[in-house]
Design a protein around this ligand. Structure first.
Ligand SMILES: [Zn+2]
Length: 471
């Protein structure tokens, strides 16, 4: 990036709420069904059809605000945003204009060595539009997403580069998912963002003319669009050109942005209060109850675990890939003397933890950690037991016995095995006696191999050492 300019970025993030039904009718809000199978007179804008606000959508929108430290308005209202587009059959979108549900919050993001606070201007509730499918024979219209509830989270222009934007989106997505507010599946469009970007000479206080880049649906595209657009604006200014407010699109295959239209202003939409819906009135008690239902954010859980059990950052991250995994680990950790061993064991396969249901009970996870921590089973056996527990939620102690997975600690049996190993690997034994200490590890490895990893490593080492000395 051109170092004479500073990039100033604000984000508008659209997140589809995880409700059963749409925002103003009882049509299913499920994703991915046959086109035009979840539509009714309300969401297709038929004359005379009247909307009814989905209470769950209000609850989820307010919870998002509480997660982001916003003030919740006890009185707010819906407004009509008027514009025509083929995917919007009513020719207006029900949104919120001057009285949004939530205002004035913030989110801290990791930045450089410390954290940076990104201010949230507002969060409002609105509805999604339909989807246009452009084919060779013409354009098709699917109205299944029409009327699905969304929140739009608007930040202040606090970002200074793509890394900060990516860090914010990660933190935001994780919190929202944990609280069950949205799946935030970017590939399904349930999280997408618009980037407002301007540049200004370093040291300048006034903001430059901004471009709004619409509908970025992956972290990577957002970062690429920002990098490209900042360079483009710098090149225009350097060449003596003038920037003007405009709406731009992002071309995913070339990684470039392109002009769509001069920026419309809010007044172009002729907002007015939605006459078919009463205002949204909440009580402080309701808001407090919703607040009490919010889970602890994953980032603070990770910090707590890392500190308490000195977990590696990667381990803590793997355990927070889903709310289920984090909750399940935390409960089981409270029931075993070996929470760290449990963490490391579970985190070895993070893909398995990306689930809505952990199939192993807390009690059995804790029992497995006890087996591993106390040395009754080795690492390989613990991994195998975990694998099997995922198929069948049974008592791991019995399972280890049944499958013969316990550690071999029988001295006589191990001595016999050690003699065999020294006999068949005479070269290694010679090497060891000649001073190559690494050969001992190879001999222990042989014992492990012959017992499928079940030989007690400490005892094997001791026995081998004794035999090597005495022979
Ligand atoms: Zn409907």
């Amino acid at each position: 990036m051109n170092t004479r300019y500073e990039t100033v970025i604000g984000l508008e993030t659209h997140i589809e709420l995880k409700t059963e039904t749409k925002a103003f009718c009882s049509c299913s809000a499920v994703y991915g069904d046959e086109p035009n199978t979840h539509c009714c007179p309300v969401c297709t804008g038929m004359p005379g059809a009247l909307p009814v606000l989905n209470a769950k959508a209000v609850e989820l929108a307010v919870k998002a605000g509480l997660l982001l430290h916003c003030r919740v308005s006890l009185w707010s209202k819906m407004d009509r945003k008027n514009y025509y587009y083929p995917d919007l059959p009513k020719a207006y979108q029900i949104s919120q204009y001057d009285r949004p549900l939530c205002t004035g919050g913030w989110l801290d993001i990791p930045s450089g060595e410390g954290t940076k606070r990104i201010r949230i201007e507002r969060i409002h509730l609105e509805e999604d539009a339909g989807k246009l499918l452009h084919t060779e024979n013409g354009t098709l219209l699917d109205l299944n997403r029409c009327g699905v509830p969304l929140i739009e989270i608007v930040t202040m222009p606090d970002f200074r580069g793509p890394e900060e934007v990516t860090a914010y989106l990660r933190e935001l997505r994780e919190r929202i998912r944990f609280a069950g507010i949205s799946d935030c599946r970017m590939n399904e469009g349930s999280l997408r963002c618009d980037v407002n970007l301007s540049i200004r000479p370093v040291g300048e206080k006034h903001l430059g003319e901004r471009a709004e880049i619409k509908n970025l649906n992956s972290f990577q595209f957002a970062a690429k669009a920002i990098a490209y657009e900042a360079e483009r604006q710098a090149a225009v200014l350097d060449a003596g050109g003038v920037l003007f407010p405009e709406t731009r699109g992002f071309n995913e295959s070339t990684g470039t942005t392109f002009s769509m239209r001069r920026k419309e202003s809010q007044s172009d939409y002729h907002f007015f209060p939605e006459p078919d819906l009463p205002p949204i009135v909440l009580t402080q008690e309701t808001v407090e109850r919703w607040k009490s239902e919010l889970p602890e954010p994953p980032s603070s859980r990770r910090e707590r675990w890392q500190e308490r059990w000195s977990l590696a950052r990667e381990t803590a991250e793997a355990l927070t890939v889903s709310r289920e995994a984090a909750d399940s680990f935390e409960r089981a950790a409270g029931m075993t003397r070996y929470p760290k061993q449990l963490a490391v064991l579970l985190a070895a396969d993070p893909a398995r933890l990306e689930t809505e249901r952990i199939p192993v009970s807390d009690k059995h996870l804790a029992a497995l950690a006890d087996l591993l921590g106390s040395g009754a089973v080795g690492n390989a056996a613990a991994k195998e037991l975990l694998e099997r527990l995922w198929q069948e939620d049974a008592d791991p102690v019995e399972m280890a016995e049944r499958l013969g997975l316990g550690k071999i600690t029988d001295r006589a049996a191990l001595e016999e095995l050690a003699r065999e190993v020294i006999g068949s690997c005479a070269r290694m034994a010679q090497d060891y006696r000649a001073g190559k200490t690494a050969a001992l590890q190879a001999l222990i490895g042989q014992m492990m191999r012959r017992t499928q990893g079940r030989a007690d490593p400490e005892l094997s080492r001791e026995i081998l050492l004794n035999l090597l000395k005495s022979q």
